[in-house]
Design a protein around this ligand. Structure first.
Ligand code: ATP
Ligand code: MG
Ligand code: MG
Length: 380
C-alpha cells in the first residue's frame, strides 16, 4: 500500500494520520519531538529537525506523497522534498502563508479586502506609519499563532515600545477594527483545479485563541457566507493551491467582510467536520494529497465545537492539574470528545476539542451550554 507523509506531529498531524489510516494508507510523521501527538499514532515517526537533509531524504524514501500540518515548516524543506515526491501544498504557497506581509499582498492581488496595514521592517517605516493605523495591533510577520507575537498599541509611543519589545523583527501594524463577528472557510483544491468547501464557520476567539466554532444555517447572513466562500476560492486559485486551505475573516460592525489570515492546512475551526460532515477536513487533505476525487462535503448535523484548553485542567485551589470530568460531559447527548494525547496540560495549550451535534441549532446550543457548565468553560 501507499504511504503518506506529514511534516509536523501536532494534533492536526494526528487527525490527518487517523484519516489516512482509515483509508488504508500507512503514514510517516516528521517532528523533532519524540512524543508528538501524531508521531505516537503513526506507522513511522522520524524525530529530527525539519531541515536535516538526511531525514528529509528518509521521509522522501518512505512516503509516496507529503503534506504539512505545521505552518512554519521551512519552505526550503518542502522544496527539497518536492524534488523527489509530490508535495501539497507547495512550498511557495506555504511561504506566502507564513509571512503576514506577503499574505496581505496576496489577498490584495486577489481583490479581497484586508484591514488597513503597514509593513514595519525599519525605523524609517516605523516613523512613516499613518496615524489612521493607531489604535492598532502590531503583529510579527512570521511565527505568530494563538495571538502570540501580537501587541495592541494605542499611540505612537506605545508602537515604538511594542516594536522594541518584539525584538525589532519584521512586523505588520494593522488597524484595530470593530468586529461584529469572525468566520472562516475551509476549502480543498485538487491538482486539476477542482475546489470544494466546508460551510462557513462562525468563530469566537478569547484572548487571541479560538474558543468556540458554530456551524449551521443562519449562523451568518447568506450573502456574507457566499462572499466568504468566493473570496476563499479566489485566494486558493490565486496560489494555484493544492490541498486544504483555511481563510479567516472578520465581519465588521457595518456588516462588511475583511480577510484576516490564512492557514495552509486544516484548521481548528474545521474540526467539527469530523463529526458533523460526511467528509472531514482531514479526509479532504488525504484525498487532495493522494489525488483522489474531491466531492463537496455535506453537513449532516448542526455543530458546535468547544476548544479544550489546558486551563480546564487547573481548578481553583488544586495545586496539580486535574483531568476534567469527561464522564459527566459524555453523559450529555451528542458529545464527540477528541483528546490529542499531549503529555502535559498547560494554560492556553490546546489539549483537545469537543464537538456537539444534534437535530437542530437550538438543541446543539443547549447541549453545548450544558457542556460548558460541566467543564467550567465560559458560556457564549
Ligand atoms: P491563529 O492561531 O488563528 O493563527 P494568530 O496568532 O495568527 O492566530 P490573528 O488571527 O492575527 O492571530 O489574531 C487573533 C485574533 O485577534 C483574531 O481572531 C481577532 O479576534 C483579533 N484580531 C486580530 N487582528 C485584529 C484587528 N486588526 N482588529 C481587531 N481584532 C483583531
Ligand atoms: Mg495565524
Ligand atoms: Mg487567526
Amino acid at each position: 500500500g501507499a504511504t503518506l507523509g506529514v511534516m509536523g506531529g501536532g494534533q492536526l498531524g494526528r487527525m490527518f494520520v487517523h484519516a489516512a489510516q482509515r483509508m488504508g494508507y500507512s503514514t510517516v510523521v516528521l517532528d523533532p519531538d519524540a512524543t508528538s501527538p501524531a508521531g505516537r499514532v503513526s506507522h513511522h515517526h522520524l524525530h529530527a529537525d525539519y531541515l536535516d537533509t538526511r531525514n528529509l531524504a528518509e521521509l522522501a524514501r518512505l512516503a509516496d506523497a507529503i503534506t504539512t500540518e505545521f505552518e512554519n515548516v521551512p519552505a526550503d524543506a518542502l522544496a527539497q522534498l518536492a524534488a523527489h515526491r509530490p508535495v501539497a501544498p507547495a512550498g511557495e504557497a506555504v511561504a506566502i502563508a507564513q509571512d503576514r506581509a506577503r499574505e496581505k499582498a496576496h489577498f490584495t492581488r486577489c481583490g479581497v479586502r484586508c484591514a488597513p496595514y503597514a509593513v514595519i521592517e525599519s525605523e524609517e517605516q516605523l516613523a512613516l506609519v499613518p496615524d489612521a493605523l493607531v489604535p492598532g495591533i502590531l503583529k510579527t510577520a512570521r511565527l505568530g499563532y494563538d495571538g502570540k507575537g501580537q501587541v495592541r498599541v494605542d499611540g505612537r509611543e506605545a508602537l515604538v515600545a511594542a516594536w522594541d519589545g518584539l525584538g525589532r523583527v519584521p512586523c505588520v501594524l494593522e488597524q484595530r477594527l470593530a468586529l461584529a463577528a469572525e468566520c472562516s472557510v475551509v476549502v480543498a483544491r485538487g491538482a486539476g483545479g477542482t475546489l470544494v468547501h466546508l460551510p462557513p464557520q462562525r468563530n469566537l476567539h478569547r484572548a487571541g485563541i479560538l474558543a468556540v466554532t458554530e456551524v449551521f444555517d443562519g449562523v451568518l447572513p447568506d450573502a456574507l457566507a457566499q462572499e466568504a466562500v468566493q473570496a476563499t476560492r479566489s485566494i486558493a486559485e490565486g496560489l494555484d493551491y493544492v490541498g486544504v486551505l483555511c481563510v479567516e475573516f472578520f465581519v465588521l460592525q457595518d456588516g462588511t467582510l475583511v480577510v484576516n489570515e490564512m492557514a495552509p492546512r486544516p484548521h481548528n475551526s474545521g474540526h467539527w467536520s469530523l463529526d458533523g460532515s460526511d467528509v472531514s477536513q482531514f479526509e479532504l487533505q488525504v484525498r487532495a494529497l493522494a489525488g483522489l476525487p474531491l466531492v463537496q462535503p455535506r453537513q449532516h448535523s448542526p455543530a458546535i465545537m468547544l476548544n479544550l484548553l489546558g486551563d480546564l485542567w487547573f481548578r481553583p485551589g488544586a495545586d496539580a492539574p486535574v483531568e476534567p470530568d469527561w464522564p459527566a460531559v459524555l453523559a450529555l447527548q451528542g458529545m464527540h470528545l477528541h483528546l490529542y494525547g499531549k503529555s502535559e496540560a498547560r494554560p492556553g495549550r490546546k489539549m483537545g476539542h469537543l464537538t456537539i451535534t444534534g437535530a437542530s441549532p437550538v438543541a446543539v446550543r443547549q447541549a453545548a451550554l450544558a457542556a460548558c457548565d460541566v467543564l467550567g468553560i465560559e458560556p457564549f
